[in-house]
Design a protein around this ligand. Structure first.
Ligand SMILES: NC(=O)c1ccc[n+]([C@@H]2O[C@H](COP(=O)([O-])OP(=O)(O)OC[C@H]3O[C@@H](n4cnc5c(N)ncnc54)[C@H](O)[C@@H]3O)[C@@H](O)[C@H]2O)c1
Ligand SMILES: O=C(O)C(=O)C[C@@H](O)[C@H](O)[C@H](O)COP(=O)(O)O
Ligand SMILES: [Zn+2]
Length: 381
């Protein structure tokens, strides 16, 4: 039996960028087994895998063997798991590791892991020898539905999230949905915050579907592939229209102005808060803030928070372990957001579920009063 006949045909989402930068996202079970053949088809002869210790132990050998079967030589650079690796030190470690492997411009850098590895390896690939091709093999739900697509790469600075980075599109994305079988429940939930986001931005029907089908995504039913494909299609469409976030791509930041501030205030400590949890709290806040401003029905804000809470996600500032500081600390952190224009905050707000919009020039005093109310409120969803 040939390799390809042992597995069902994967779903494909195409990202039709111009200037030779179009690529495919393949979604299906056991894609790591055939990854080598896919990468050989890109014309590469060698690949350098960047991964973290958890993912290396689970899938590192499988990927290397697949590369070997396809005639590709490979080396590995392994970082510590968690957001702490998306740092200046983590970036130096990956670049030095890739240089020690003598990675050339014709080689491939392969990000095998979650969004941390994808962002970090992608940024190293964008800058190493001024640009090496890279492939995403996302192994977390969050990475499969969001971070592996669209070319945002980078690291965190002590003063803010993802403040150092580059746009560098992958040449191929291989989302092996069977890999999610080993993901922890907490990380599955965190990724689910970004899944729900795609419904909340512009697709109320998809949010309805999520409310009925989220358990199938977690348990590995066909809903998992459907959800990954739906999110990738939605993201690919936005990225194709606005690759460098001159306009509508900012919508993908729903929940992130608050969420990124929380990640900075918790010191990028994955034990306290992971990205998806920050996004969940930030999304619930964005909807409640929209309701407070009279833009969105309070009922919709309640529905969003209830669904996130049902899926096991935090929706309140009080849920941040160890606390997140006061309203001024949050405002100070949000002042570093990349959507700030002329010193004023831009938020992604909503007129209802599936009706998000970009709201520039939001008054700081309004945000402070909202946050003070949130910090004093009943901490239930
Ligand atoms: N570039 C983008 O467009 C974009 C989009 C969304 C998020 N992000 C970034 O992604 C990062 C978060 O990504 P994440 O949630 O994947 O976190 P992560 O990369 O830290 O992965 C989460 C944890 O799961 C483990 N893991 C990954 N795959 C596994 C598997 N199959 N089995 C068992 N364990 C596994 C990892 O070792 C890690 O401990 C953040 O830094 C965020 O800023 C980037
Ligand atoms: O791809 C995008 O654009 C996004 O905003 C997706 C987000 O989920 C992701 O967390 C992204 O890294 C945030 O981008 P940033 O520009 O706010 O750092
Ligand atoms: Zn995100």
């Amino acid at each position: 039996m040939t390799e390809s006949s042992t597995h069902p045909v994967p779903l494909t989402v195409h990202v039709p960028l111009d200037a030779g930068r179009a690529y495919d996202i393949l979604i299906g079970r056991e894609l790591i087994e055939t990854a080598g053949a896919q990468m050989a088809a890109l014309g590469a002869r060698r690949a350098a895998i960047v991964t973290d210790e958890n993912v290396a132990a689970l899938y590192g050998d499988r990927l290397r063997e697949s590369l070997e079967r396809a005639g590709l030589g490979s080396g590995v650079v392994t970082v510590a798991p968690g957001e702490g690796s998306k740092s200046y030190a983590g970036y130096a470690q990956v670049c030095d590791g890739l240089l020690a492997l003598k990675v050339e411009r014709g080689d491939l850098v392969v990000a095998l892991g979650g969004g941390v590895v994808g962002d970090l390896a992608g940024f190293a690939a964008a800058t190493l020898r001024r640009g090496v091709r890279f492939v995403q093999v996302p192994t977390s739900l969050l990475a499969q539905v969001d971070s592996s697509v669209g070319g945002k790469t980078g690291i965190n600075a002590p003063l803010g999230k993802n403040l150092i980075g580059a746009f560098h599109q992958p040449r191929l994305v291989l989302a092996d949905t069977a890999a999610l079988d080993t993901l922890s429940e907490r990380e599955m939930r965190a990724g689910y915050a970004e899944v729900a986001k795609y419904g909340l931005i512009a697709d109320a029907g998809f949010f309805d579907w999520c409310e009925s089908n989220w358990r199938g995504i977690f348990s590995g039913g066909p809903e998992r592939e459907e959800a990954v494909a739906a999110c990738c299609r939605a993201k690919a469409a936005v990225v194709t229209r606005d690759e460098r976030e001159d306009g509508e791509r900012a919508l993908l930041n729903l929940g992130h102005t608050f969420g990124h501030a929380l990640e900075r205030l918790t010191g990028y400590d994955s034990a306290r808060l992971v990205h998806g949890e920050g996004v969940a709290i930030g999304t619930a806040l964005a909807f409640r803030f929209s309701a407070r401003l009279g833009l969105c029905p309070g009922q919709d804000a309640g529905r969003v928070a209830n669904h996130l809470a049902l899926a096991g996600l935090p929706t309140r500032l009080q849920a941040v372990p160890g606390g997140c500081g006061d309203a001024d600390a949050l405002l100070d952190a949000m002042a570093q957001d990349k959507k700030v224009r002329d010193g004023a905050l831009t938020f992604i707000l909503a007129r209802g579920i599936g009706q998000s919009f970009i709201a520039p020039g939001i008054d700081r005093a309004e945000v402070r009063a909202f946050l003070q109310g949130e910090l004093a409120a009943d901490p239930r969803p």
